[in-house]
Design a protein around this ligand. Sequence first.
Ligand SMILES: CC(=O)O[C@H](CC(=O)[O-])C[N+](C)(C)C
Length: 299
Amino acid sequence: MGEEARVSPLKNFVAGGVAGACLLLAGHPLDTIKVRLQTQPKAPCAQYVLYRGTYDCFRKTVTKEGVLGLYKGMGAPLAGVAPMMAISFFGFGLGKQLQQPDPNKPLTHTQIFLSGCLGGVFTTVIVAPGERIKCLLQVQASGGSSRYAGPVDCAIRLYKTQGIRSVYKGTVLTLIRDVPSNGLYFLTYEFLKNFLTPEGQSVSQLSTPKILLAGGIAGILNWTIALPPDVLKSNFQTAPDGKYRGVVDVLRTLLREEGPKSLYKGFNAVFLRAFPANAACFLGFEMALKGLNAFAPSL
Ligand SMILES: CC(=O)O[C@H](CC(=O)[O-])C[N+](C)(C)C
């Protein structure tokens, strides 16, 4: 695919951390809205619905909790998203390196997709507990209760009451969400980078607007397949213990109670966030990588 430079999983790791910080700063407010919409209690009739949509949720959150309300639950992701993206980019780089013994031989689309999937497998170790804690905090804030004082308190209480299984509740759904979507994410970005590079130029010279465009579209496509399992995951991770017997049970219950449209709950918030957050993410990655290539070329 016209990739020229030697892939360094280590550089990918560091630059991926920077990418994660950019992703979070640009995207967390809309993530809060997404989780609140996805998990709001089912109302007996339209009149009693807590949030009528993305804008209504945004307005009510800001009115009731101030702008900082949109950044609720950011403690866990702050400690989680930068490492998560670092691991994701590392796994992607490692997957590429393992499949590309000769750096001059371009990888196929399938190989790039599989490299991205590897990143998704690696990240689940920290994403599953991070998402469990983040979703519980986001939902408790919208429900008006304050059972957990913060991410650390939440993690300790989950662990103390039901052990590590409770902290890792939702792991299978996290894998279902993140493995294929990670593959599509990186494949889309690499494909668009090559597609947008003018004939005879190097992909490493791609302009900032084109990087933003490729990153934004990669984010959108990633969420197109990640959203249905994400809805199931958010509901499963925030449900009282024993409410669902497993992954299939959440799916069946949601389809029975709210219909197939419920699998795309939070659609507007997700897609409003996906473009800017992932555009910022890939721009952060490319800038950090450039810096590393200049200051630590042998890393
Ligand atoms: C589904 C998801 O978490 O996507 C990440 C980007 C985002 O918008 O949060 C990227 N990645 C698939 C690499 C985890």
